[in-house]
Design a protein around this ligand. Sequence first.
Ligand SMILES: C[S@@+](CC[C@H](N)C(=O)[O-])C[C@H]1O[C@@H](n2cnc3c(N)ncnc32)[C@H](O)[C@@H]1O
Length: 322
Amino acid sequence: MLVSGELLVAEYYKKGWVEFRKMFNLQTGSRLHSSWGFIPHDDIVGQPAGRFLKSSLSVPFLIRRATLEDYVLYMRRGPAIAYPKDASAMQLMMDVTEGDRVLESGSGSGAMSLFLSRAVGSKGSVLSVEVREDHHKRAVTNYKRWRTSWSLRRGEEWPDNVQFHIADLCTASSLLAGQAFHAVALDLVNPHLVLPTVIPHLYPGAVCAIYLANITQVIDLLEGLRCMQLPLLCEHIMEVPVRHWLVAPAMQKNGQFCTRKPPPLDGEHGEEEEEEATDETDKEELTTDGRPAFGVVPYIARPHPVQLSHTAFLVKLRKCGQ
Ligand SMILES: C[S@@+](CC[C@H](N)C(=O)[O-])C[C@H]1O[C@@H](n2cnc3c(N)ncnc32)[C@H](O)[C@@H]1O
């Protein structure tokens, strides 16, 4: 049952696509407002998650718990976040596992910190280094807010496994002294400038994954690597494209489903038969117990006209010896 204080998402779906989506904190006495009417939070408290509730204008809203992906996309941001699709790909690159110790920089808005926190679990830990105090504070606040909502939802603590530090990673040798990391995730400008400080603390054979906004930065990184002669092998450079699709039953202009029409049998006059059958075939076919029959409706599938534009290039560097 949903309890006050939880982070929820309200969604209104129209024609198979989300028309409205909002993340909010469930609070007694508040209202969820939209252009399609409002829902008092008191009507949501105590409901099971994943229910459709009607707004004051009788529009059905799906009310569900925020996933970590929702949270990082809708939380308050300082700088741009590592998008969930890219954060997941970086975790695969680094092969981050429960119990690992990972170095991350910069903390930014704290999105990557949260994904890493979940990946390493309560037996692991993340050191998150950020040069700007305002960004550091934003990352810490976002991390705490997610942990609070989680404990209300689950009745158990989200691991308190991220140590946020204010420091310039270029000159953070004393902070890193005596530490070793199973992986390093970098999302900052000029990453080649921090590699000499960081790489001595990465286990041999382990991976440093780098998030870069454009291909010019990738070129600068590779040129930096060529000049510095660090024990790093660039294993690959990739982009993670995601394409959203619209898949829905094909509809006629009159709002009826289109129907699949069988070819005429031998001896039948196809054209006439089809004409006569139109009224009948316009009605949705039902099974004997009144449910829609399977396989009678044709579908239409096309890429969604609105796609997320380019986000980042990911570079995988492996520490290797001679
Ligand atoms: C794009 S943001 C990181 C976003 C973060 N990955 C997230 O998912 O929310 C880049 C951050 O790196 C920080 N930064 C830049 N250079 C740095 C350095 N040398 N040491 C530490 N942090 C640095 C910036 O202040 C900024 O907050």
